[in-house]
Design a protein around this ligand. Structure first.
Ligand code: GDP
Ligand code: MG
Length: 744
């Protein structure tokens, strides 16, 4: 009897049901409480000794369901199926029981031994909700122990029962739910086939596998294809048939019917006094009242527009000051390095390659923090769910999801956003297909770095129509993004939309601490990942635009020209220039043009160097193709640089047109320069605007896409796809315009 047995017990539950709090209370660990769905998908382990039994407790990620829609759900499910814990303690939030039991039902359908920790009974009582735990236990035929994880109340009782159940080593026993006349017979048929060939039944029950085929669960479908492709295909065909039939008869899909019946099961379970509600105190009731206004037909969208506008204002306006601190910090660092390092390659690498590239990305940090703060606020209060709810119908038409709207807006849906936080905002989307489609199309919005380029081109070619053009471009980017999303969802991300299981959680006042934790967690991820990858890539881009350098003969020719100018200066000035070497040197009044002439020579040299660099050569090599859109090499190089950061388009165009370096006036002078250039006209400018609107997202965004999508593949895809689309549409604009005779 002295020997200790070890039992594995998993903690499962919806996000924010108090899992981590309970885990910490039991194991004495101090794990971070208040994690955010989508951030932690790892599981934590701890031990607890109870009457000579050793309980190994695992805190699984929070999930609403066990379908393979998200990482959390997959991690949880795989753990249960492969590790086969003796018991799952399913923690449910007593104040939101109906919703929480959705996961319970799925655990029971899986068949794993379950007991319930009816948590947050204090919060429930505060809302006038009373749950009859004994009655619920009787109806579900499992132990149900009321707890308050925060104070540890009920913990001992819970562990006692858990230890007892775990040590009894229960068999897996799947719960049987009826899914109605359309689905039940099909399930039976599939079940028979699955049993006959023991298809995946080593891990799952036959009915469960059949259900997953109806729910089009990607993981199970994949496994099935590998195990028994022939049967798997047959099951898929049956599932398709059902889906088809349901579409025709009820205009719905199997997942929705399945979810309906699960909720029906729960409703029946709770009927007749299991849950007592005192309406007056119920926050849900109050929330309903508030929702009467906030989600009403007329005022709802109006208020939403105001709130979205406020988020936008908050993010971009209040972050402007810290962003400028960051920017001037990096500029100061750059000038400092410029002053201490000798002129040459190393200086250029440090100043333009490293500080310029990484600084550009790090300057976004305050912006991202403000944006995440605003989103965390909307999310924690419960309002974001309402936005998604109101817009779901529109976005669904395009194969997206109501929650996609935030990502679009932040990316520049109101011109001037940034796709980096926009891409990261897609985290609120739970379904991978809709999330990917949003990730891929959000960069089409007009971010704050594209706007100055547009402004420069508009000033040059559409000077009287500034506001109208900007408005037109905003509308155009929304239209194209939505249409392209539709295209993506019809082709590479084909598949049904996820059933809209979005609940409308009761409104609540978020805690400041929670907001800061959420904000910081997301910001830190950006700094860590984007920082390292961007550093490498900005060095690469610097090299492309620097090497090969001009041959010595050419360099010395420019040098000779400069000397010639200097030679015309009076002797004493010449000597002090030679001694001082400073560019800042004051030229004598008598020869006001000397400085300008030297600058002009510098610019011509920079232009020649750019043309000669790999980037310049790539630009020239691409002319054959880019001619279709009306671009020549200078534009191509600028676009190439714009891939590193869209801010670089203007400065590179400036160099390519030998307009000089960091001149604050350069936008204006460049726009005049282009307007006067015979090679440019309105049509070209418009084709270029369209191209810039759509082509490959900048490096920072691609890095974020890679991180959010989880594979490099989607980052590469977004570069290739967006550039191809941009080329196609810009070429269409340009060629169409030529054909209509607008090319002059
Ligand atoms: P998890 O997402 O399931 O890990 O949930 P957490 O353990 O992070 O808890 C979410 C929030 O609920 C935290 O703010 C906890 O302090 C709070 N919480 C947890 N258990 C209880 C409880 O029994 N009563 C009340 N009132 N709050 C609780
Ligand atoms: Mg947790």
């Amino acid at each position: 009897m002295a020997e200790t047995h070890e039992y594995l017990i998993a903690l499962a539950g919806n996000p924010n049901c108090g899992k981590t709090t309970l885990f910490n209370a039991v194991t004495g660990a101090r794990q971070h409480v208040g994690n955010y769905p989508g951030i932690t998908v790892e599981k934590k382990e701890g031990f607890y000794l109870f009457n000579g039994l050793k309980l190994r407790l695992v805190d699984l990620p929070g999930t609403y369901s066990l379908t393979a829609y998200s990482m959390e759900e997959l991690v949880t499910r795989d753990f249960l199926v492969h590790e086969r814990p003796q018991l799952v303690i399913n923690i449910v939030d007593a104040s939101n029981l109906e919703r929480n039991l959705y996961l319970t039902v799925q655990l029971l359908e899986l068949g794993i031994p379950v007991m319930l920790a009816l948590n947050m009974v204090d919060a429930a009582a505060g809302r006038g909700i009373e749950v009859d735990a004994d009655e619920l236990a009787r109806r579900l035929q499992l132990p149900v122990i009321p707890t308050i994880a925060r104070t540890g109340k009920g913990k001992q009782e819970l562990l006692k029962v858990a230890a007892k159940v775990a040590s009894e080593n229960h068999q897996w026993k799947p719960l049987y739910i009826s899914y109605g006349a359309d689905i039940d017979p099909v399930l039976d048929r599939m079940e028979a086939e699955i049993n006959a060939s023991t298809f995946l039944t080593d891990l799952y029950s036959a009915r469960w596998v059949a259900l997953k085929y109806l729910e089009a669960d990607e993981q199970v479908l994949d496994k099935g294809k590998k195990t028994n492709p022939e049967l798997s295909n047959r099951l898929e065909a049956i599932a398709d048939q059902v889906a088809d039939h349901l579409q025709k008869t009820l205009e719905t899909y199997p997942e929705a019917i399945i979810a309906d019946h699960r909720y029906g099961f729960i409703a029946a379970l709770l009927k007749g006094g299991v849950v007592q509600k005192d309406q007056k105190n119920d926050r849900l009731y109050l929330s309903d009242q508030v929702d009467q206004v906030l989600t009403s037909r007329f005022f709802g969208p109006l208020i939403m527009l105001l709130i979205i506008y406020a988020v936008y204002k908050f993010t971009f306006e209040y972050s402007a000051l810290p962003v400028s601190w960051f920017e001037s910090g990096f500029t100061a660092l750059g000038s400092y390095m410029e002053s201490v390092l000798p002129p040459g390659l190393i200086r250029s690498l440090v100043v333009s390659g490293i500080i310029g590239g990484v600084g550009g990305v790090f300057s976004f940090i305050p912006l991202i923090m403000f944006m995440f703060f605003a989103i965390a606020f909307l999310e924690d209060t419960g309002y974001l769910a309402r936005v998604a709810y109101m817009l779901d119908r529109v976005f669904r038409t395009f194969g997206l999801h109501g929650s996609s709207v935030m990502a679009y807006i932040v990316s520049g849906g109101i011109a001037g956003g940034c796709a980096v936080p926009g891409v990261m905002a897609t985290r609120t989307l739970r379904s991978p297909r809709e999330r990917l489609a949003t990730l891929l199309t959000a960069p089409f919005m007009n971010c704050g770095a594209k706007v100055p380029v547009f402004a420069m081109l508009i000033a040059a070619f559409f000077p009287a129509r500034h506001a109208q053009m900007m408005f037109l471009l905003t509308i155009l980017s929304w239209m194209l993004a939505l249409l392209l999303a539709r295209l993506i969802r019809w082709t590479i991300l084909r598949g049904p939309s996820t059933p809209f299981l979005l609940e409308l959680p009761p409104y609540r006042m978020p805690t400041l601490k929670g907001l800061f934790i959420h904000t910081w967690e997301r910001t830190w991820q950006y700094i860590r990942k984007a920082g390292t990858i961007i550093l490498a890539l900005s060095i690469l881009f610097w090299a492309l635009m620097t090497f090969p350098m001009l041959p010595e003969t050419q360099k010395s020719r420019f040098e000779a020209e400069r000397r010639q100018v200097l030679a015309q200066l009076p002797d004493d000035y010449r000597h002090s220039i030679a001694a001082n070497q400073s560019k800042e040197f004051e030229f004598p009044e008598e020869i006001p043009t000397a400085r300008q002439r030297i600058d002009a020579i510098d610019r011509t040299e920079a232009q020649a160097a750019l043309r000669n660099s790999y980037a310049g050569r790539i630009g020239i090599a691409l002319e054959g193709l880019s001619r279709w859109c009306g671009f020549e090499w200078r534009t191509n190089v600028a676009l190439l640089a714009g891939f590193a950061a869209k801010e670089l388009i203007i400065s590179t165009l400036g160099t390519a047109y030998s307009m000089g370096g960091a001149n604050p006036e350069e936008e204006i002078s460049l726009s005049r320069r282009l307007a006067d250039d015979p090679g440019w006209n309105r049509l070209r400018a418009f084709a270029l605007i369209v191209f810039i609107m759509l082509y490959a997202p900048c490096l920072a965004t691609v890095t974020c896409i890679v991180k959010e999508a989880g594979t490099v593949k989607w980052g590469l895809f977004s570069m290739a796809f967006n550039t191809a689309i941009a080329f196609l549409i810009a070429a269409l604009v340009y060629q169409g315009g030529l054909w209509l005779g607008m090319g002059s």
